[in-house]
Ligand binder design. Sequence first.
Ligand code: KG4
Ligand code: ZN
Length: 342
Amino acid sequence: MSEPLILGIETSCDETGFAVVRGRELLADVTASSMEEHARYGGIVPEVASRAHLEAFVPTLDAALEAADVDLGQLDGIAVTAGPGLVGSLTVGVSGAKALALATGKPLYGVNHVIGHAAVDELVHGPFPDRFVALVVSGGHTSLLLVDDIATGVVELGQTLDDAAGEAFDKVGRLLGLPYPGGPHVDRLSREGDRDAIRFPRGLTSGKDKARHPYDFSFSGLKTAVARYVEACQDRGEEVPAADVAAGFSEAVADVLVTKSLAACERSGCDTLVIGGGFSANSRLRELAAERAAERGITVRIPPIRYCTDNGAMIAALGSALVRSGAAPSPLDLPTDSGMPL
Ligand code: KG4
Ligand code: ZN
């Protein structure tokens, strides 16, 4: 089978995503989000997310099939996020995918959400090189992957030991009194600040920590440093230089992400870095990655932002790669795995 027709289903967090791909061609991608409901609470409420997935499941599926002009009987496979993610959210997607697979007799493929964030880039920028490094950064994950084959050969080089990059931005957003999710607001504010005015720590980038964790990340110390800085200003009765704080903080996060990603490329002989996940919208990350990669002759591939946030296309893309590689389908008792390793 050369160009499989695959339905992708994503429900790991707050986005209900359905997409249809044929091979590496995206035919339809429809997403419903419950973010507005969570914004009121200042964070994702798992039960609200699960209920929203249940309500959006059938309408979003129908919209994707209609936009792709295909019916379920034509599919070659149904791919669904099996983990990592919120267990209630994952359960809605996996249960729905099983029901569809059972009703249609189509094979089911449970896939890893983090790998999906890298896989989607093939739909945009074409086939992957033989070997590349992928940085997946969002509110939930920060992982560095070495990819020999997106379907069968992905190794996790490192990941965050505490907060994800987006999560750290959201926490700093809260410290600076910005609305939730704070990431985009901190990013915008940072453009008005001086990124060299305040030097914040870069976790796991020197000495023994670096040697022990060359490709891991840690942002909790950085977040604490920002909190201390803000508190010290307040204790002195001074106005917090919010734009400089945002700029210095953004610089620290982008610096660490880019430094470690490019080191991974050089040490593994890769000339391509793929960046995915909702945090790849960050302007300083994009700038620094482009600048430093160009100096080293490394190509940076970042899909358009609508394919970086959670969506069905990433899951359909990975499902398609699995089918093309001849991988065995998942059993119909496929479990969800909220902490799914790679
Ligand atoms: O992938 P995504 O939409 O959802 C998760 O799976 O987490 O990523 C959203 C995360 C949030 O933490 C959000 O604040 C952050 O990415 N984010 C940003 C920017 N845009 C989104 N953080 C910094 N700068 C941005 N421009
Ligand atoms: Zn994600």
